[in-house]
Design a protein. Structure first.
Length: 161
């Protein structure tokens, strides 16, 4: 009595049958490279680096942005500094970000960076925005009105509370 051994086929992913993974986009690879450069620069500066170093990096990134993202980033930078002076500006994956005790709390992602139709103002899991079981952690920005600026300032204050 011999057992019938069927032909074995190689295991394939069932999530994307017939579609090959394209990996990271050029923009994503560039962001990862920027992140590594940021880590190396921070290591060179050492633990005594001050807020001015991070702020100059953030302002340089903002200056590189095309309009209207640059105007929104400049305005958000001012709002965040006024709303939460304890946050330290720094770059994060090549984006302006603001950290508390070394952990990024919020960030601005230019629409141009990933070729999207809107910029994003987002919050990490370190932000204290928890409200029930569901809450927003990122906001699409096409422009900033006075009401938007007030709401974003309130969100930043809440995030660092």
């Amino acid at each position: 009595m011999t057992a019938n051994k069927g032909t074995r086929k190689s295991a394939k992913s069932t999530s994307a049958i017939g579609k090959a993974s394209k990996g990271f986009t050029d923009e994503e690879r560039a962001a990862m490279k920027e992140y590594l450069q940021e880590k190396k620069a921070a290591a060179r500066r050492g633990p005594r680096a001050d807020k001015a170093d991070g702020e100059s990096d953030v302002l340089a990134k903002i200056a590189e942005m095309p309009q209207p993202d640059r105007a929104m980033a400049e305005r958000l930078h001012a709002i965040i500094k006024a709303s939460a002076p304890a946050l330290s500006p720094r770059t994060w994956y090549g984006m302006p970000a603001y950290a508390k005790d070394g952990d990024v709390v919020c960030f601005f992602q230019s629409a141009h960076k990933f070729k999207t139709r809107y910029a994003t103002f987002g919050f990490s899991d370190k932000a204290n925005l928890d409200a029930g079981t569901v809450w927003p952690v990122a906001f699409a920005l096409k422009q900033l009105t006075a009401a938007d600026e007030a709401r974003n300032g309130a969100l930043v204050r809440t995030a660092v509370s």
